[in-house]
Design a protein. Structure first.
Length: 135
């Protein structure tokens, strides 16, 4: 009985942690915001590296590791894992989070736009296929 209770507690904690790791934005609104990102980044099935790397599965991925993309030394050696909190800071002011990054984007000024675009990014798995975000 203790094992069943322990498993139930662990499962509840895992679900809560998963939900906490989700952006609080609207993926549909984020799709519109992503148009600003699309000039340099691709996402979805068939996405390819462009000026910037593919963003499939970016939430939870270590910085500087997407295959066949030439990252700046600053990004590649940043030690960052792109979790929601780090992405929020980075999308607000990329140069402040990764000084000397080659990403010249000035940042998104509105927190709501940042939440929305992160929620949109989370709708794509590492293979570019759609995933249903946990609520």
């Amino acid at each position: 009985m203790r094992q069943v209770a322990a498993v139930a507690v662990f499962a509840a904690a895992l679900i809560a942690a998963s939900a906490a790791a989700r952006a609080e934005g609207d993926p549909e609104a984020g799709k519109q915001v992503f148009k600003k990102c699309h000039a340099c980044h691709n996402i979805g099935e068939g996405a390819h590296n462009s000026v910037g790397p593919v963003l499939n599965g970016v939430v939870g991925r270590k910085a500087g590791v997407y295959p066949d993309y030439h990252y700046s030394d600053a990004n590649e050696h940043s030690g960052i894992t792109w979790d929601v909190a780090t992405l929020k800071k980075y999308l607000k002011d990329p140069q402040a989070v990764v000084p000397h990054t080659k990403m010249m984007f000035p940042g998104l000024p509105k927190d709501k736009d940042i939440d929305n675009v992160i929620a949109y990014l989370q709708t794509f798995g590492p293979d570019g296929k759609p995933v249903t975000p946990a609520k």
